[in-house]
Design a binder for this molecule. Structure first.
Ligand code: ZN
Length: 123
C-alpha cells in the first residue's frame, strides 16, 4: 500500500508547491537555522523564503541554485544538502512540509496558462 500511495503524494505536494509558489500564493515559513547558524533548506525547495525577495515567486532549478542565491543575495550560509542520506520517513516528512505551506488569500487568477503548462511539465 505504501508503494502505491508514495508517488502520487509526492507529486501532489511538489506540484502544489510549484504552482502556488509561482502564483505567489505560498506563505513561506521563516528559515530555521542549525547550530552553526546555517539556514536549513528543505531538499527540493525552489523558492527563496527571505521576505520581499523577488525570487520568492521565481522557481530556481535546484536547491543548489537556491543555496547560491541565498549566499550571493542575502549573505546567508545554508546547510549542505541532506537529500542523499535521507530515509523514507524523512522524505515523507518533507512532502508534508511542502504540502502544508499555507496559502495567502487569492488575489487574482491571471496565471492559469502558465500554471497549466507547469502542471503538464511536472506530470
Ligand atoms: Zn532571495
Amino acid at each position: 500500500m505504501e508503494n502505491n500511495t508514495k508517488s502520487p503524494v509526492r507529486s501532489y505536494a511538489l506540484t502544489r508547491y510549484l504552482i502556488e509558489g509561482l502564483a505567489g500564493r505560498l506563505q513561506f515559513p521563516v528559515y530555521e537555522t542549525n547550530s552553526k547558524d546555517e539556514v536549513i533548506i528543505v531538499p527540493g525547495e525552489m523558492f527563496c523564503r527571505v521576505p520581499g525577495c523577488s525570487n520568492s515567486t521565481n522557481a530556481m532549478v535546484t536547491s543548489d541554485t537556491l543555496q547560491k542565491h541565498l549566499a550571493e543575495w542575502h549573505n546567508l550560509v545554508s546547510e549542505a544538502s541532506i537529500i542523499a542520506r535521507s530515509t523514507k520517513e524523512e522524505k515523507s516528512a518533507r512532502m508534508k512540509w511542502f504540502e502544508q505551506i499555507p496559502l495567502v488569500e487569492p488575489v487574482e487568477e491571471k496565471q492559469e496558462g502558465a500554471k497549466d503548462g507547469m502542471r503538464k511539465a511536472l506530470i
